[in-house]
Design a binder for this molecule. Sequence first.
Ligand code: SF4
Ligand code: SF4
Length: 105
Amino acid sequence: MADQSNTKDSLDERGTEKNAASESSQKTVAEKKEYQIDIFRDWCKSCGICTAFCPRGCIELDDSGSPFVKDQASCSGCGWCEVHCPDFAISVRQKFLQATQAKLD
Ligand code: SF4
Ligand code: SF4
């Protein structure tokens, strides 16, 4: 009888560990959001405001003064570039799969 109790305790512990590991994994997926940065060339007048406001250096100006996405992976989705662009020429959106996963969590 004591052996059965030990087995049950052991299974309970394993179940708890498994649940903790699963929650940890879900948190990692939910916290790891990725963003898509799109610059609409036809509307952009190369003023450089987006590069000046980005706190993570995701956007830089090329040799001709036009903005380009240098480091999309570092984007926090803060939206500063988007709200400060006077020509509505830049868009930042959370990538679809990550958004869906976060909702499921
Ligand atoms: S959303 Fe924020 S972090 Fe991302 S590119 Fe724009 S200013 Fe930079
Ligand atoms: S703020 Fe807008 S118009 Fe100015 S460089 Fe950036 S995307 Fe182009």
